[in-house]
Design a protein around this ligand. Structure first.
Ligand code: ZN
Length: 472
C-alpha cells in the first residue's frame, strides 16, 4: 500500500515537472491510450504512437513492437489522443477586444488604434501560447496587413506557437480608412488591373492564400465587383495561389465559387442554400468554413450580453476579456452603435437568432451533402477570443446537428486541407511521417464534443506540454 502511495507521489511530481520536456533522445512512446483519427472516424483502443523528433514514426497497438531504447514512455491509459485541432479562420492583427475594429465602433478616444496595434504585436507570443493551451496546433490567418508575413515567420520559429498559414491584405469592394496606419489590412480595389497588380505584389511574399472581401451593399451589388473577383482569382491561380473569399450572401458566394474560389471563409447567412449551390460546391471541391461564433459576438458584446464559455474565461487573454465590458466605458465616450444595442438588447439577440436560423441549417445541409467543412472561428474580431473560441464554435456546430466525430473531422483532417502543400499533408491526422502535433484528452470527445476541451497535454512538433504549463 505504502509503495503504491509513494509511486503516485513520484508520478505526480514527475508529471508536474514535465514543462516542455524536449524530445530528449528524440523518442516519445504514447502507450495504452485510445487513438482517434477523425479523418477516417477510426477509434483504436490500446494504441501505440511513437514520436521521433518532430514527427510520428509508428502507429500501432499493444502488440506492435517498437524500439524502446532511449524512448520516454508516457502511459495514456484512460486518455484519448487526437490530432491537434486546427482553426482555419483567425486574424492576428485583431485582439478580440473592444478597440480592435475602430471601423465598427470608434473608441479611438479611449484607446488609439496605434496603441491597440502596438499591444497586439507585444502580446503575440502570449496569443500563440493560448492557441496551444487549447490544443490548437495550426491556424490559418485569413487576412491582415503585410505584417502578417512577418507574423508567420515569428510563429514558425517559435516552439510554443501553432503552425501558421497566412493571407495578406484583403482585396475589397469597400474601404476601411480607420484601419490604415500605413500598412492597411483592407485595400479597396476599383479595377480588375488593380486587383491583378496587388496579387502580383502579394505573390512575392509567398502567401498561403489571396483573400477577397466581397462586401455587398446598396452601392456594391454582387455584379459590380464580379470582374475584380474574376481577375484576382485568375491571376492567383496562374501563380498557383489559392483564393479565399468572404461572401456571406448566397449570390455573392455563388459568384465567388463560379469564378473559382477555393475557400469560402464564412457561412451563407442571408438565405438557405439551394440545390444548385450545393452542387456547385461539390463539383468545384470548394471548402467552406462556417465561423458561427463570430456572428453572435459583436452584437452580444455591444448589447452587454456576452456569453463567454468557461474555456474562454479561463484561457482567453484576461485584458482582452476585461475590455469587452461596455458598461465600463466612460459614459461620454459610448458610441451610438453600443448605446442603441444596450438600450435594446432583445432586438440584437433576435437578429443573432435569425442569422443562426439560417447559418446552422445551411451547415447541416452542406455537411449532409458531403461538402468539405473546415472549422474556424474568425477569432480576433470583437468578442471572439483567440484560442478557446473554437470550443464555442464546436457547441454551435453541435446545435446545427453535426455529430461529435463530424465536428472533430472539421477541426482536423478537413481543416488540414485548407493548409495545402507540404504542411497540409502532414497535419490533421496521426500517421507515420506526419508532424507530431496532437492533443491528449482526459475524457472521450466522441461521446460528447464538450470533452474536446478536457485537455491534459498538447504536443506540438514532437514536444509534449502539460496543458496547464502553457499559460500563466
Ligand atoms: Zn475573418
Amino acid at each position: 500500500m505504502k509503495t503504491r502511495l509513494l509511486f503516485f507521489v513520484l508520478a505526480s511530481v514527475a508529471a508536474t515537472s514535465l514543462d516542455a520536456i524536449p524530445d530528449g533522445d528524440g523518442k516519445i512512446a504514447l502507450v495504452n491510450g485510445t487513438l482517434i483519427n477523425p479523418g477516417t472516424a477510426k477509434v483504436m483502443p490500446n494504441a501505440l504512437v511513437l514520436i521521433e523528433g518532430d514527427h510520428v514514426s509508428i502507429v500501432g497497438d499493444q502488440t506492435t513492437d517498437f524500439p524502446r531504447k532511449g524512448a520516454r514512455i508516457v502511459d495514456c491509459k484512460g486518455k484519448f489522443i487526437l490530432p491537434g485541432y486546427i482553426d482555419t479562420h483567425v486574424h492576428f492583427f485583431q485582439s478580440g477586444g473592444l478597440f480592435t475594429r475602430p471601423d465598427a465602433v470608434d473608441l479611438t478616444s479611449v484607446r488609439s488604434y496605434k496603441d491597440e496595434i502596438a499591444l497586439i504585436k507585444k502580446n503575440l507570443p502570449d496569443t500563440f501560447r493560448r492557441y496551444l493551451r487549447c490544443g490548437i496546433t495550426s491556424v490559418v490567418d485569413i487576412g491582415g496587413p503585410m505584417w502578417n508575413f512577418e507574423m508567420r515567420k515569428i510563429a514558425n520559429s517559435t516552439a510554443k506557437a501553432p503552425r501558421v498559414a497566412v493571407a495578406g491584405p484583403l482585396i475589397s469592394s469597400v474601404s476601411r480608412p480607420q484601419l490604415d496606419l500605413g500598412d492597411p489590412p483592407i485595400v479597396k480595389i476599383d479595377t480588375p488591373e488593380q486587383g491583378r497588380e496587388l496579387v502580383r505584389k502579394l505573390a512575392a511574399q509567398n502567401p498561403d492564400y489571396i483573400k477577397i472581401w466581397y462586401i455587398v451593399n446598396a452601392e456594391n451589388p454582387v455584379e459590380k465587383f464580379r470582374p475584380i473577383v474574376h481577375a484576382v482569382i485568375e491571376e492567383s491561380h496562374t501563380r498557383k495561389l489559392r483564393v479565399a473569399v468572404h461572401a456571406t450572401e448566397l449570390e455573392a458566394a455563388r459568384t465567388a465559387v463560379e469564378e473559382g474560389a477555393d475557400l469560402l471563409v464564412h457561412s451563407v447567412t442571408d438565405k438557405l442554400v439551394d440545390e444548385a449551390f450545393v452542387r456547385l460546391l461539390k463539383e468545384r471541391g470548394t471548402i467552406l468554413c462556417p465561423t458561427l461564433v463570430v456572428f453572435e459576438r459583436y452584437g452580444r458584446t455591444f448589447a452587454g450580453k456576452l456569453n463567454l464559455t468557461p474555456e474562454e474565461k479561463a484561457w482567453g487573454n484576461p485584458e482582452v476579456i476585461a475590455s469587452l465590458d461596455v458598461t465600463k466605458l466612460p459614459p461620454d465616450k459610448v458610441p451610438e452603435r453600443i448605446k442603441s444595442a444596450l438600450a435594446n438588447p432583445e432586438s440584437v439577440l433576435d437578429r443573432i437568432q435569425k442569422t443562426y436560423d439560417i447559418a446552422l441549417k445551411n451547415l447541416k445541409t452542406l455537411e449532409d451533402a458531403g461538402i468539405t467543412i473546415a472549422a474556424g472561428t474568425d477569432a480576433g474580431n470583437i468578442g471572439t477570443i483567440h484560442g478557446p473560441a473554437l470550443f464555442r464554435e464546436f457547441q454551435l456546430m453541435k446545435e446545427a446537428g453535426l455529430t461529435p466525430m463530424q465536428i472533430l473531422q472539421c477541426a482536423t483532417a478537413n481543416a488540414a486541407k485548407t493548409f495545402g502543400g507540404d504542411t497540409g499533408s502532414k497535419i490533421g491526422t496521426i500517421a507515420p511521417g506526419n508532424f507530431a502535433d496532437l492533443v491528449i484528452l482526459k475524457s472521450n470527445p466522441v461521446d460528447d464534443i464538450a470533452h474536446a476541451s478536457d485537455i491534459e497535454s498538447v504536443m506540438k512538433n514532437g514536444v509534449l506540454y502539460p496543458s496547464d504549463t502553457l499559460i500563466k
